[in-house]
Every structure is written in structure tokens, then in C-alpha cells.
Design a binder for this molecule. Structure first.
Ligand SMILES: *Cc1c(COP(=O)(O)O)cnc(C)c1O
Length: 417
């Protein structure tokens, strides 16, 4: 772990060199606050309006027929007023515009959740007869499950990054990686993997790094996936997913979204746009605490191993010598809960919760051991977080001693019989 490698400030310099549709491209922090809101002043508005309409009046059915034909043929965003909110919604469209700007892509398409977003990507490829996916473990537990269980008729070859080129077949529609990966924070060299993919699109799940720390398309990825539920929303109160990509792929995604219906609710779109405004500030502040906590955990004799990625971020995973369940039940300030990316700190036991659905052998071989805990560091004061971790670690240690003596007592009992 090298805490100096949190690249928040350098990334701003880089983002100012990212090509953009504006004449002079703006820094990430500026885009975060203004993207998707460019028209508001002209509308006489300050906050973005929330459009909850499911349908829109139109006295011109012939005109609508033409617009629907165009959408069916091209998947392009509708020109003019919306028709029906499964097709498009002005509020969610603002969030899509803003996220595309932050990721440096032409387009973005939003969904009801991260899993709905991944489903749409897989359906786009399957509809082209490309059902084979090459993927690198670990992935978020449910992504692993969706690929591996064949629910969508997907066939997956699991490999390590070095094996990708060899695993690709004529019917391979997608290569999927997560970096840093959930929950081990293992990192993949996006540029090297993109090279190995050749013409097969590379999907990078960028949920953990966010565009503040890493923009995968700048390194050759074609598709960027987010569980917007996490950092993009940032307050633990909105579920959503989004895919940032080129317009050609976005068009296919819109067609699938229209047909399958996994749309983002306008209220969620509003909250996600609101969340983006503070994304750079939140990610940097939480990352600074995560660096400090990972440093202290690394020096703590009660901790067997700490995982913290080179790219930085607000996630820290660590392996304890003692009973991880005891630690989970002992935290008081930190919330013991699955999910991540909220303003408050959450901790969970991946083998029991986020990755429970993954086959035990696959889970272990991808580094998700029984003593691994995953912590999403929030915006609390770092000393308060450390104090809570310390008291939880102490009770977990106490548990370890009593369970160790319990074991030996049981051992004696067995031998005594
Ligand atoms: C949570 C998560 C998902 C799934 O997103 P939902 O919004 O829960 O459907 C996908 N990828 C990663 C890395 C996640 O953490």
C-alpha cells in the first residue's frame, strides 16, 4: 500500500486535457457541479426540475409514429418532447448527460440498478449472437452470479488478466473486469487488458474508483458500468445503475431498456444528479480517511492483512486474526451493513453477505476468505472511526481468546471420552 498514490489532485489536471464538446474543456470538479444543468439559467431555474410524468400529451399521432419508428430503428435519444417514460425522461436524461461528461464518454444510459445495467449490456450482446463472456474474478457477488448461473443464457470463461487473449472465442461478446474489485480491491491494468481484448468490447465496473480517480475509457475500455447506488448517489438513499459508453452502444442499450423496462425512476435521477455535484469532494475526503485507517490497520498486530488499492479510494478491506463476526457485532459508530459509498461508514463480511451467492470454492480462490472484512469509509472524523474500530477489534480479540479456550476445552473433553 502506498498512500501517496491517491491521485485526486493529479486527476484534475488530466481531466482538463480530456476532449469535450465544450470549446475549452472544464475540470472534473466543475463538470460535477454544472454538467446536465447547462440549460437551467435560460429556463429561469436554479435546481433541476423533477418530471414525474409517465406519459405526455400529443395531438400529432402521425408525428409520434415517425418518432417511434426512428427510435426502433436507431435507438437514438428522442428529439422533442418525451412520449412515455419507459422511453426517455428529462430528469434522468440530465443525470445521464452529467455522468457521460465525468467519464469522458459520448453517452450514458441509466437503469433501475447496477444489476439492471449489467443485464442490459449482456442482452445487447446476446441479441447479436454473442453470448460468451470472458471475466476476471473477483467481481461483485451478484455480477458473478448473473454471469455464471446462466440466467440470461450467458456462458462465461473465468480467467486471470494474462489469460484473456487466449480465452476469447469467435462468439465472445464481452470482456468484464472490476478494478478495484469488490471486495478484495484487487486491481487490473486496464490498458493491458484492453489491448488483450482486441475488437471485443471491454467492460470495466468503475463503481469503486468512480470517475474522480479513474476514467476507464481513457485507458481503452469501451463500456463503463456503475452501481450508481454507491458513490454516485452517495447518501445510501437511492438505487440506480448507469452505463457510460459510445453512442453506438448506448443506442442498443436504450432499445433493450425500452423493451425490458429496467428504467431509473425520475426521483432517483434527480438524487443521482444531485449526488454527482459533491462526488469529487466526497471521494477525496473519504479517501484521505481511508488512507489513514489503512495505515493504522497495517500497523495493528490484530490485523493479518490490509488491502488498499494504488488508485486510492474510500474502500479498505482487511483480514483479522480473530472472529470477523464478532467484530461486525461490536461496531457502534460504524454501521454493520452491506452496500458502500455512503456518507457514513459501513462494514460487512463479504463471505456472509455481498459474496454469499458465489460458490464457496470460487469465492475462496478469488481471495474472498472467511476472515475478510470490507469497509466503506465515510465522512466521519477519522479519529472517531479509529476509536470505534479499536474497541470493536478489542472485543473481537476477547472473543478469540474465549473461543480458543472453548476449543481447547472441547478438545480435552473429546480426548477425555
Ligand atoms: C453494488 C454493486 C453492483 C450492483 O449494483 P446494484 O445497484 O446493487 O444493482 C455492481 N457492481 C459493483 C462493484 C457493486 O458494488
Amino acid at each position: 500500500m502506498d498512500p501517496m498514490l491517491v491521485q485526486s489532485d493529479d486527476m484534475d489536471t488530466e481531466s482538463s486535457m480530456t476532449p469535450s464538446t465544450t470549446t475549452r474543456s472544464r475540470a472534473l470538479a466543475t463538470e460535477a457541479v454544472h454538467a446536465g444543468r447547462d440549460d437551467l439559467a435560460a429556463l429561469g431555474l436554479h435546481a433541476p426540475p423533477i418530471d414525474l410524468s409517465t406519459t405526455y400529451p400529443s395531438y400529432d399521432s402521425r408525428g409520434e409514429a415517425e418518432r417511434i419508428d426512428t427510435f426502433a430503428a436507431t435507438g437514438a435519444r428522442l428529439e422533442g418532447p418525451p412520449v412515455y417514460s419507459r422511453l426517455d425522461n428529462p430528469t434522468t436524461a440530465r443525470f445521464e448527460t452529467a455522468l457521460a461528461r465525468l467519464e469522458g464518454t459520448e453517452s450514458a444510459v441509466s437503469f433501475a440498478s447496477g444489476m439492471a445495467a449489467l443485464t442490459a449490456v449482456l442482452l445487447v450482446r446476446a441479441s447479436m449472437g454473442l453470448r460468451h463472456v470472458v471475466a476476471v474474478r473477483p467481481l461483485y457477488g451478484c455480477s458473478d452470479h448473473l454471469l455464471g448461473a446462466g440466467l440470461l443464457g450467458t456462458e462465461v470463461t473465468w480467467t486471470d488478466p494474462a489469460g484473456i487473449a487466449e480465452a476469447i472465442r469467435p462468439d465472445t461478446g464481452l470482456v468484464m473486469v472490476e478494478t478495484p474489485a469488490n471486495p478484495t480491491l484487487a486491481e487490473v491494468d486496464i490498458r493491458a487488458v484492453a489491448h488483450a481484448c482486441g475488437s471485443v468490447p471491454l467492460l470495466v465496473d468503475n463503481t469503486f474508483a468512480t470517475p474522480v480517480l479513474q476514467r476507464p475509457v481513457e485507458h481503452g475500455a469501451r463500456i463503463v458500468l456503475h452501481s450508481a447506488t454507491k458513490y454516485l448517489g452517495g447518501h445510501g438513499d437511492v438505487m440506480g445503475g448507469v452505463v457510460a459508453c459510445d453512442e453506438e452502444f448506448a443506442a442498443r442499450l436504450r432499445q433493450v431498456r425500452f423493451a425490458t423496462g429496467g428504467v431509473l425512476h425520475p426521483m432517483a435521477g434527480y438524487l443521482l444528479l444531485r449526488g454527482l455535484a459533491t462526488l469529487p469532494v466526497r471521494v477525496r475526503a473519504a479517501s484521505a480517511s481511508a488512507v489513514e485507517l489503512s495505515r493504522r490497520l497495517t500497523a495493528d498486530p490484530r490485523i493479518a492483512r490490509v488491502h488498499y488499492p494504488k488508485v486510492g479510494g474510500a474502500m479498505v478491506s482487511f483480514e483479522v486474526y480473530g472472529d470477523p463476526h464478532r467484530l461486525i457485532s461490536s461496531v457502534r459508530l460504524i454501521t454493520p451493513a452491506v452496500s458502500l459509498g455512503s456518507v457514513d461508514t459501513l462494514i460487512q463480511h463479504p463471505a456472509s453477505i455481498s459474496h454469499r451467492i458465489v460458490d464457496e470454492g470460487d469465492r475462496r480462490s478469488s481471495g474472498v476468505g472467511d476472515r475478510l472484512l470490507r469497509m466503506s469509509v465515510g465522512l466521519e472524523d477519522v479519529e472517531d472511526l479509529w476509536a470505534d474500530l479499536c474497541q470493536a477489534l478489542s472485543s473481537q480479540e476477547a472473543g478469540r481468546e474465549s473461543s480458543a479456550s472453548g476449543e481447547s476445552a472441547a478438545g480435552l473433553l473429546v480426548r477425555g471420552q
